[in-house]
Design a protein around this ligand. Structure first.
Ligand code: ZN
Length: 422
């Protein structure tokens, strides 16, 4: 049986929690609401009312439904997969997330009228975007169940956008549910006030065996390839699938893992830095090119490019502004895509030095990169545990520096020099 939660790998506790909540939400919808004067305008009040009902009330208060949730976990653990699955379960005609009814199906394919998904394409989610969203989320659900807003990467909310969201979470419309995804509940990721209004669904990094199992079962990937990819992706399900299926992703990884061998001098270190940056730029450019072009064409069509006649001059001025906005959005998205590509490369590289470190320590742990294990072992002999650790730290510092807005090229050059010197 594969219902909407079938794709959540190795997250049994979270799935159990979400199933209980979905059942509770379905019961809320079935419960006759006898709204007293003044009305109940939030879900907690509805839930309390329902709890008072002699019908099966959730014994555990944590089992019930609430209107704001945060899904936390490391990248690739399936935060947005979990949020979408939960949304589907809430919109499910049967209230269980059967996976086959129109409610489940349209939610999972992104076409449900009452489910809105915010995927930040740039470096942050702005206040205007959030205001529009909050306003639309306040309307009654057209399907009679829930209005759902899913915010991927809620850690990228600007402060103003966070405040707009907070207002909506503090005074939630009766049938609106907010599902936020963030790496953690650390104040750097999500404001303390928003956090305090949400129930947290912690996801863990799925073990490689669980990732491999789902690649075999769902994607039909050969077991040996699935096992290799799951280990190499370090628990990141999407990354594992790409490695198993996409030869270009494998080539990029091979190039990154060749870096330690290539660091033979200062010149080589700078060359390696350039190669890494340019590879990330090329990967990012390829990933956004198609959608950029489609957006430009759509906007030009909408603006009636080339139109003449009365009012055309005024329209042109407005059009120039809109084109400029679009260019700004696309530039922000390209920057994000470059950073994501570079970060994937750094995670691969960190995995290599981590392998060297565990080998130097003779720790009984499986290597991340089985295909470069002999190289890591040679490194372990040459550098010892201390030198391996220093190199691992250089890679992690580079990631942190880029996250803190140091220019990527400068951070990567510093890292390559540190890797060479040791
Ligand atoms: Zn369903």
């Amino acid at each position: 049986m594969t219902d909407v939660f079938g794709d959540l790998v190795g997250q049994d506790e979270a799935v159990a929690m979400l199933r209980r909540a979905a059942a509770s939400a379905a019961a809320l919808l079935r419960a006759p609401v006898t709204a007293p004067a003044g009305g109940h305008d939030d879900l907690d009040a509805l839930a309390e009312e329902y709890d008072g009902d002699p019908a099966p009330a959730p014994a555990d208060p944590g089992a019930g439904m609430t209107h704001a949730w945060i899904f936390t976990g490391p990248p690739g653990s399936g935060r947005s997969v979990a949020a979408r699955a939960f949304a589907a379960a809430l919109e499910c005609v049967h209230g269980t997330g059967c996976g086959t009814c129109p409610g489940c199906h349209t939610t999972l394919t992104g076409t449900h009228a009452d489910v809105r998904l915010v995927v930040p394409e740039g470096l942050s989610i702005g206040v205007n975007e959030m205001r529009v969203l909050v306003l639309r989320a306040a309307s009654a659900p057209s399907g009679g169940r829930w209005q759902i807003v899913i915010i991927e990467d809620a850690d990228r909310l600007t402060e103003a956008a966070g405040n707009a969201l907070l207002k909506a979470i503090e005074e939630p419309p009766p049938r609106t549910v907010f599902l936020l995804c963030a790496p953690s509940t650390h104040p750097d990721d999500i404001s303390v006030t928003i956090r305090s209004r949400c129930r947290v669904v912690p996801l863990r990094q799925p073990p490689p065996a669980a990732v491999a199992e789902v690649l075999v079962r769902r994607d039909g990937i050969a077991p040996d390839v699935a096992e290799w990819a799951a280990a190499a992706a370090q628990g990141h399900v999407g990354r594992a699938r790409r490695l198993a299926r996409d030869p270009e992703a494998r080539q990029r990884r091979d190039a990154v893992l060749a870096v330690p061998r290539r660091l033979t001098g200062v010149g080589a270190a700078f060359d390696a830095a350039s190669a890494l940056i340019e590879a990330a730029e090329a990967e990012a450019a390829a990933s956004v090119a198609e959608i950029d072009e489609a957006e430009r064409t759509a906007l030009q069509t909408a603006l009636g490019a080339g139109g003449t006649g009365r009012g055309a001059a005024g329209a042109m001025r407005g059009a120039a502004g809109q084109l400029k906005d679009l260019e700004k959005r696309q530039k922000s998205r390209a920057t994000r895509a470059q950073r994501d590509a570079l970060d994937r490369a750094l995670v691969d590289l960190a995995g290599f030095y981590r392998d060297a470190l565990i080998m130097a320590l003779r720790a009984p742990v499986a290597p991340v990169h089985t295909d470069t294990a002999s190289l890591a072992s040679a490194g372990a002999q040459k550098w010892d545990a201390e030198g391996s650790l220093r190199r691992l730290e250089a890679v992690l510092e580079c990631r942190a520096a880029i996250e803190a807005n140091v220019k990527p090229r400068i951070a990567v050059e510093a890292m390559m020099l540190a890797l060479w010197r040791g």
